[in-house]
Ligand binder design. Sequence first.
Ligand code: CMC
Length: 438
Amino acid sequence: MNGPDSGVTGTVTITLDGTNRSLRIPLMPGSIGPSVVDIRKLYNELGVFTFDPGYGGTAACESKITYIDGDEGVLLHRGYPIEELAEHASFLEVAHLLLNGDLPNAAQKADFERGVLRHTMLHEQLRSFFNGFRRDAHPMAVMCGVVGAMSAFYHDSLDINDPDQRRISAFRLIAKVPTVAAWAYKYSIGQPFVYPRNDLGYAENFLYMMNAVPTEPYVVNPILARAMDRILILHADHEQNASTSTVRLAGSTGANPFACIAAGIASLWGPAHGGANEAVLKMLSEIGHVSNIPDFIDRVKDKNSNVRLMGFGHRVYKNYDPRAKIMQRTCHEVLGELGIKDDPLLDLAAELEKIALHDEYFVSRKLYPNVDFYSGIILKAMGIPVSMFTVLFAVARTVGWISQWKEMIEDPSQRIGRPRQVYTGPTQRGFVPLDARG
Ligand code: CMC
């Protein structure tokens, strides 16, 4: 897992060619993974910035939460492999692990679950927020709005300098975001909102709020509740991805946690990030039949087409995304439980995956299936509408976002995030009056 340069200490010397100026820069080793060149003094000492659009080679923070080895396809949360967590832990145990650093013992687990679950209800006034949206609003739009609006309802937990208030905000967000998500769905289909039930497990309660109606009893299938719990675990955190970095950047200004998580939800929405699970399903239905795959692959490889194989490729993984493997297994379990023997979408996905994994275009670029490739198929089989796929990702990732936000606020070296640029626009010029402009 450790690359050849893992844990290297010492210095790097940068010399500005043609001058006599140079700087010895310390290397910061991580506990695993590549060391990091600490460039904090670079501008003051040498008068230059670094250029790294997309931050492909830049560590923006120090973190103890999640480690990814993209070449080997390894994902660890606080040191625990994702495979073991998905197999043996519950989502709320993983939430405790991410937030507090360790898996809870039995008493801590009960305490944490009680702490989260007693916050599942929304302020009743928040109900009226939903009515302001068009019925056909995308549930992610509703999520951005309502989660942001939570800042206006929970004034007693907005002081980010108070550890107790930070803890309560974390509980509130983890507990209430599923309620917001389920209500966004209920609103879109014109059904009454279903209030949370704190006697149910976290994933079970979410499925209950999504599917129950007041006119008849509803019991959540325990196999589906377990599958949902596992899907949530697989999406819980993923290091410094775009939405997490958005949450950290917003949080670095001192903004309140509800506003920061709303920013994260907005960032997650894009099809290159959390919106990919929805895009995979759209892509599969557009392809329609296995016989159309070669044509589709040709379009993907055509640089002028702007068509991408959704659910494939990752900025960090240059190997199989470990979450995709678990997702694929879970997908077969869920389809088995639901008695779905032949799912045309699954057949299509399997064939697409087979072809792509052998095609030189994908092989040479190390493009493998990511977590989103199979998640849409499972969610669809579970009866979750396509527009809710990214919302589900947001429900799960709220745990990662709030853990990363908390870590940042508690880091004494934390400063406002403020990247620099290389300016390539016009140099200073004089104002030209309107009648003198050509
Ligand atoms: N289909 C076709 N070509 C691709 C794809 C793809 N899905 N992904 C990357 N490439 C090509 C890209 O065109 C480029 O080729 P070339 O070197 O010839 O110009 C090369 O591979 C490198 O791509 P990149 O855009 O520099 O890679 P990136 O690290 O900037 O992008 C990504 C990562 C996830 C945005 C991208 O792989 C992608 O758009 N994938 C499809 C969307 C998707 O599934 N996103 C979910 C990611 S996992 C869940 C999450 O984090 O939210």
